[in-house]
Design a protein around this ligand. Structure first.
Ligand code: DGI
Ligand code: FE
Ligand code: FE
Ligand code: FE
Length: 189
């Protein structure tokens, strides 16, 4: 699909604030791509598509998980906010004609991250956290600077903040979030 078509369609399925966030991620990802020699259109497209499943109700997301044979055990049952990451690659392919494996990979790990992320994976993961419409939270200023300097250090910082935040809220932390955190922690040392 043309970028314009993707944007038009997303605008009809996402609420206005989510659509605004989506554009913020697309633009931030393409700026980061300029710094780290990644294809800017790919980064923009991945940014657009990353939350394509977020407009559906949790019930509808559960149905989509069943349709795509996504296993609903473990963290996904306790943390339904992770479902949209699992659905995104399937939905991007079916509803937005996205065939690019690297884009599908990036949107499929944008919430938890994964071990040894590609530069594009990291860019989408980071852009989602720092885009300009996000409200300022502790540590964000530091993360925003690192985003244009060091992808590994930036990913580590985000995962550390997220794990601390989820622990404070008493929320279940996904195994992938923990594994990704440990991976980037070891890489840093
Ligand atoms: O979809 P967005 O709001 O743009 O952002 P996101 O997809 O990165 O994250 C959605 C939510 O998921 C956010 O509130 C943080 C939360 N989250 C991230 N990692 C984990 C998690 N929640 C749980 N329970 N476990 C995790 O490991
Ligand atoms: Fe998301
Ligand atoms: Fe995120
Ligand atoms: Fe997002």
């Amino acid at each position: 699909m043309e970028l314009q078509q993707i944007e038009d369609k997303l605008k009809t399925v996402l609420k206005p604030s989510r659509y605004r966030h989506t554009l913020g991620v697309a633009y931030t990802a393409s700026c980061m791509a300029m710094v780290f020699d990644v294809d800017t259109e790919r980064a923009y497209r991945a940014g657009l598509l990353h939350d394509c499943a977020k407009g559906f109700s949790i019930e509808k997301q559960r149905q989509l998980c069943e349709r795509y044979n996504i296993c609903l055990e473990g963290t996904l049952t306790k943390s339904p906010q992770l479902m949209h990451q699992e659905i995104a690659p399937f939905l991007a392919k079916d509803d937005y004609e996205e065939e690019d494996k690297e884009i599908l990979s990036a949107i499929g790990c944008h919430t938890t991250g994964k071990i040894a992320m590609s530069p594009l994976d990291q860019i989408v993961f980071i852009a989602d956290y720092i885009e300009p419409n996000r409200k300022i939270i502790p540590g964000l200023i530091k993360v925003r600077k690192l985003a244009f300097e060091d992808l590994d250090a930036c990913a580590y910082e985000i995962l550390n903040n997220t794990i601390n935040y989820l622990t404070e809220c008493g929320q279940e932390i996904d195994q992938r979030t923990i594994k990704t955190y440990e991976y980037y922690k070891n890489k840093k040392e």
